[in-house]
Design a protein around this ligand. Structure first.
Ligand code: ZN
Length: 290
């Protein structure tokens, strides 16, 4: 279970969301077989996807895509409003790099480049916002996106805590100012409260409750709990469709080998594509070209 709590304050001018994504990050490390540094990065980006997922409308999906030039390569996480999450990191075995304070140097692993956030509302064309990766630490970049592209002053904190046995804790918190006409002293007060929050991972690791974290912001107008889950939507049909982009020659080769195994890049599930499946794809392509 990955607990998510959202609450409104100051007559809903302020919104706070907190996530305990520990189970999800443990699951991701296992299915993607990630090195520690890759776990920290994918854990942070996936937790950010949950935070943004709570902000989406009912049928909306959000994708976060870090396209940096560092050793991590592409990092993508997707969530919908029901907080079904799936994610992917190109480099699953990043060699650990540390900052002077002993923390993983996520900034260096992400590198320079762009952050794309895609909001997909099904019926309309998806809306893509592109911002520069200003930090590479993920949380600051998500806050920058919220400020720049969504015009909502926000603060974000994300963390993944590891020890030699694996993931100890993973989580995030986001503060959003929904009404910019808010009086400045009040605004500063909420910022101060946000700054007073201990690192979320050590907070969760000590067995503390997410609700107590929310209570730091005072008396809430509403409070709502949800669960997030890692959920892939791959199936036979999708995997077969993904092979359509190969040349007929390549498909014939696969057929000659007696079929192939295709692994889903989001959940690592293996699909057996046999000769009959490949023949179907070849015939389908042939009829399209004719
Ligand atoms: Zn899958």
């Amino acid at each position: 279970m990955n607990r998510v709590i959202q609450a409104g304050f100051a007559n809903n001018k302020v919104r706070v969301v907190a996530v305990d994504s520990t189970n999800m990050t443990i699951h991701m490390q296992k299915i993607h077989d990630l090195y520690p540094m890759s776990t920290v990065i994918l854990g942070r980006v996936s937790t950010a996807a949950i935070l943004l997922g709570t902000w989406m409308s009912e049928k909306e999906k959000v994708s976060i895509f870090f396209d940096g030039d560092g050793p991590a390569g592409e990092v993508v996480a997707k969530s919908d409003n029901n907080l079904n999450v799936k994610s992917y990191i190109k480099n699953k075995k990043i060699e650990a790099m540390f900052k002077e304070n002993g923390h993983f140097d996520v900034q260096k692993a992400i590198g320079e480049g762009n952050l794309h956030v895609i909001r997909d509302m099904e019926l309309k064309d998806p809306v893509t916002s592109n911002v520069e990766i200003i930090s590479g630490e993920i949380a600051e970049d998500i806050a920058y996106y919220m400020n720049q592209a969504e015009q909502i002053p926000s603060a974000v904190s994300l963390g993944v805590l590891l020890d030699k046995d694996g993931v100890r804790a993973s989580g995030g918190i986001m503060l959003q100012i929904l009404d910019q006409s808010m009086n400045e002293n009040e605004l500063i007060d909420y910022e101060k409260r946000f700054m007073s929050i201990p690192p979320i991972t050590s907070y969760l690791d000590k067995g503390n409750n997410l609700r107590d974290l929310i209570n730091i912001f005072g008396e809430s107008d509403y409070i709502e709990e949800k669960n997030a889950q890692y959920k892939c939507d791959c199936n036979d049909e999708r995997v077969k469709n993904s092979l359509v982009s190969f040349d007929i020659e390549e498909l014939e080769d696969m057929k000659k080998q007696g079929g192939i195994k295709v692994k889903c890049e989001w959940c690592s599930k293996e699909y057996n594509i046999d000769e009959k499946d490949l023949e179907e794809i070849i015939v389908g392509k042939g009829s399209k070209n004719a």
